[in-house]
Ligand binder design. Structure first.
Ligand code: FUB
Ligand code: ZN
Length: 886
């Protein structure tokens, strides 16, 4: 029936006779034509999370039906009838529309029928005598009809059986009787500018082209403490500098000869960071005594890594593993029959697991015999894997098993993860070199050979200009450059850093999806795929650390602000999943969130570097939240199962494996790097960013190694003892982080908590002044000096910014760094929690391996029990962060 209803509207595309009118360069439009779609508001029955409705009327002229350079509208995986619609603020008059269908030859195909409807003031009715309604790929399908006047047009499309539909562009041409529309203007995202740098302004003014063909634009200062110096205030794309620090509002105005529109953006002009960034602590042996972390790391060693190893070693694993290296080596040896298994990035879990093994072997398990035996098994794996992996490396250093097996043309498809895999390999090699204290150079040498291969080939002409679709090599090369300098002497790592920077600087003219839509230094809003974004921002922070380039400083600071203050989940997770595995708009944070585990890892890397750059605790605040919730919660308590996504409201159990196992090795490598996250180093200073019972030796503080022993039951209890063990008496500063539990402006906690209850040295209380999130103790330290610290751990109620629609009328709970969940196995989740109800923390050794729970009473009088978010969904049922308030 449905099909028949469509038939009258679906005729072969009409070929319009070309008029003598000139074409507007690149658009296919003729000079006198006005595309009213540009000033319409688009909507739809459904848009795929990884597509966008705004692609419909962005004025782009696609080159073919899968040309997604400017995004696409698609309704995958929905099938059947779907619609897209334009709304205008005043009635328009039209006789013609032009439609460019989207067809990716996969889930989205050309429709089998379409029809055009208009709003007659009461309802949508078919546009009479519509001729055309073509369904052809690779062109604008023109439909003409006697003039209609309306405020809304709707295009319905009927998909082919099993397939979804989509459009790249939909134009609506003015018949000459439409009114003039004022321009639609967008000033751009709010941002930070690090002084004395500039900000890149990219205002957008879209007009119907009436009165004058294009509007005149102007930038001006609306408010702010100093002068604003625009490079050219009459250009939409220009730059601005600021004479004094503070908050500014800039106004962008467009005038089309008759009507004017305006939009504003905010700029925070901030002072530059300290001249010297803090150093990182590379992987190295450590003891973990923390009652909280010890069982976690042990379970990863005894359960999770062996499980990953078994999957990777099993040639039947459909996602691919070690077998790909065997096959690539066969190919290199000229043996026939090699074939590649799994996605193009199938080497990733091998390398991440290899790195995790190396890191797991750096943990001193004390006298735990089981743990030691587990490490011994990991060591054997390492010895088995290394020769197999190295045999797959091509003679010139290139390493990517699918490329070798299939003789693919290198650096020809940015989505093939060549750099992503190279980066993960180099990271694993660095960890292995640290594990063996430089004695075994097999992987290190191979990593250099691989990096050198990239350095030889990739770069500005005469090398090959290139950027990678999935950033990872960028941040690893920056780390590797530092490490090579450290191992081989200053300057030896320089080419690797330069390549890292080049790979970032080369991004432009691509898509938001992989953060290549504009040059990275002009990116101020977190967009696209969240893992790629976090790796990209992390690598940008590396460049900022090494160069203090003002554009890089402004960009990373702006991205941090946008991420943390507009797109950040209270668990420290990122990526709502509203775009392909990526971000939605500001404040769009549905609780059925994506929050991929790899994106949590990327957040930790990014925050760590921002802390090194700015020496401020707020970055460690975010890092701690992400580590204790988003990342730690991605494996279950026994480390038998993991989860790819980390929604804040879910009934989905964790699982053993995934069709895209990118996170399986990334999670443990991030957790095993705990000492790296805990400490950052100044020349005569150490920053204590995290608290965990452990013994770690820092290679140099005030010119000599420094052993730090933390004794604490944090995060269950707030007392921390830090025993400082320099080899001999030395003067340096110990900066102790005082956590601020509400660094993100999206969330407000009651009671607030950003203080320290007590600081003492050798039993003597000292005055604790908190600056930039740290209490600083500078003195001549003797071996055995003891610092005591007491952090408050109140139960806090969290309210979300009202712009987060999903959490209106809801409340969440926190204690210390831990966010809490309520679970259906303990109570009815439809109940509400009244604002004044007392809440208490209680240690429950019998529950979930031993946790502090939060207890209270629901509004209906039933008992409330909340457990830490990381321990969620270990007992089945549903688990959620945000509870209803009455
Ligand atoms: O592309 C490699 C990884 O696969 C990404 O980081 C994940 O989001 C998944 O798409
Ligand atoms: Zn992942």
């Amino acid at each position: 029936m449905k099909n028949r209803a469509f038939l009258p509207f679906c005729r072969p595309a009409m070929h319009l006779a070309l008029t003598a009118l000139l074409s507007l360069a690149g658009t296919g439009l003729r000079a006198a034509e006005v595309n009213l779609a540009l000033v319409a508001t688009p909507s739809t029955s459904y848009v795929s999370p990884h597509e966008t409705i705004t692609a419909l009327n962005d004025g782009f002229t696609p080159a073919h039906s899968d040309d997604k350079r400017h995004g696409a509208y698609g309704n995958w995986p929905r099938t059947g009838t779907q619609w897209v619609q334009y709304d205008w603020s005043q009635p328009i008059a039209t006789r013609r529309i032009e439609v460019y269908w989207f067809d990716d030859r996969r889930g989205v195909r050309l429709p089998r029928a379409c029809r055009l409807l208009y709003w007659n003031g009461t309802e949508f009715v078919p546009v009479p005598e519509a001729a055309g309604l073509g369904l052809e790929a690779g062109k604008f399908n023109v439909t003409t009809f006697p003039e209609i006047k309306t405020t809304r047009l709707r295009l319905e499309m009927e998909g082919q059986e099993k397939f979804s539909t989509g459009l790249l562009e939909w134009r609506v041409l003015d018949s000459g009787n439409s009114p003039n529309f004022p321009p639609r203007v967008t000033a751009g995202p709010d941002r930070v500018v690090v002084q004395p740098g500039r900000t890149y302004l990219e205002g957008v003014a879209r007009d119907d082209g009436k009165v004058v063909p294009s509007p005149t634009v102007r930038w001006m200062k609306a408010s702010g403490p100093g002068r604003v110096i625009f490079e050219k205030d009459t250009q939409a794309a220009t730059t601005a500098r600021f004479s004094a620090p503070g908050e500014y509002v800039l106004r962008f105005t467009a005038h089309d000869g008759a009507a004017e529109s305006r939009d504003t953006l905010r700029v925070w002009a901030e002072p530059p960071p300290p001249a010297q960034a803090l150093e990182w602590l590379p992987p190295q042996p450590y003891q973990i005594t923390s009652p909280f972390w010890r069982p976690r790391l042990k379970a990863l060693t005894l359960n999770w890594l062996p499980h990953c190893i078994a999957k990777i070693e099993d040639p039947a694993t459909r996602e691919g593993g070690l077998e790909n290296f065997v096959q690539a080596a066969n190919k290199l040896a000229g043996k026939p029959g090699a074939r590649h298994i799994g996605p193009v990035f199938a080497n990733a879990w091998v390398y991440n697991t290899l790195e995790s093994i190396c890191l797991a072997l750096m943990v001193d398990p004390g006298n735990d015999a089981d743990w030691r035996a587990g490490q011994e098994r990991l060591r054997q794996t390492l010895e088995k894997w290394i020769p197999l992996i190295l045999a797959a490396q091509e003679p010139d250093g290139y390493l990517h098993t699918q490329y070798t097996i299939e003789n693919r043309k290198r650096w020809s498809n940015k989505h093939d993860h060549e750099g992503y895999l190279a980066g993960y390999f180099i990271g694993a090699a660095l960890a292995h070199h640290r594990l063996t204290e430089g004695r075994d150079t097999r992987l290190y040498d191979a990593a250099k050979k691989l990096a050198d291969c990239w350095v030889r080939h990739i770069g500005p002409p005469p090398k090959r200009p290139w950027y990678e679709g999935h950033q990872e090599l960028e941040q690893t090369l920056a780390r590797f450059a530092w490490y090579v300098d450290h191992v081989e002497g200053p300057g030896k790592g320089r080419p690797y850093f330069e390549l890292a920077r080049y790979l970032l600087d080369a991004r432009d003219g691509g898509e938001e999806y992989d953060q290549s839509h504009v040059p990275v230094i002009r990116q101020y809003e977190a967009v696209g795929h969240a893992v790629r974004a976090s790796y990209s921002y992390s690598a940008m922070a590396d460049v900022a650390i090494a160069t203090h380039d003002p554009d890089y400083l402004s960009a990373v600071q702006s991205l941090w602000h946008n991420l943390v203050h507009c797109k950040y989940y209270v668990t420290g997770g990122i990526g709502s999943g509203e775009t392909s595995e990526g971000f939605g708009k500001n404040y769009s944070l549905p609780n059925a969130s994506y929050c991929e585990s790899c994106a949590g890892c990327g957040m930790v890397f990014f925050q760590h570097k921002m802390q090194r750059l700015w020496h401020q605790g707020r970055y460690a605040d975010v890092m701690e939240d992400t580590l204790y919730n988003a990342v730690l919660g991605s494996v279950d308590l026994e480390a038998q199962n993991f989860t790819y996504t980390n929604p804040l409201d879910s009934s989905a159990a964790r699982y053993k494996w995934h069709g895209c196992p990118c996170c399986v090795g990334n999670i443990p490598r991030t957790l095993f790097l705990l000492p790296t996250w805990m400490y950052t180093l100044g020349r005569d200073a150490v920053y204590v960013n995290l608290y965990a019972g452990s013994v770690v030796t820092l290679p140099h503080v005030a010119g000599a190694p420094l052993r730090l022993e933390q004794t604490t039951d944090y995060p269950w209890q707030g007392q921390v003892t830090l025993t400082v063990q320099p080899a001999a008496r030395r003067t340096f500063a110990v900066h102790l982080r005082v956590p601020n539990r509400q660094t993100s402006l999206l969330y407000t906690n009651t009671p607030p908590c950003a203080e320290v209850l007590r600081v003492a040295v050798n039993g003597k209380p000292v005055k604790a002044t908190v600056r930039d999130g740290y209490v600083s103790l500078r003195r001549a330290w003797q071996p055995g000096d003891r610092v005591e610290l007491e952090l408050p751990l109140p139960v806090q109620r969290i309210k979300a910014d009202d712009r987060i629609v999903a959490n209106r009328g809801r409340v969440a709970l926190r204690r210390g760094p831990l966010i809490y969940n309520v679970e259906s196995v303990d109570q009815n989740l439809e109940s509400a929690l009244a604002p004044a109800t007392p809440l208490n923390a209680e240690w429950r050794p019998d529950l979930l391996g031993g946790v502090v729970v939060i207890k209270g009473t629901w509004a209906n009088g039933a008992p409330l029990l909340a457990i830490p978010n990381y321990a969620r969904l270990n007992r089945g049922g549903r688990s959620m962060v945000w509870m209803r308030e009455p």
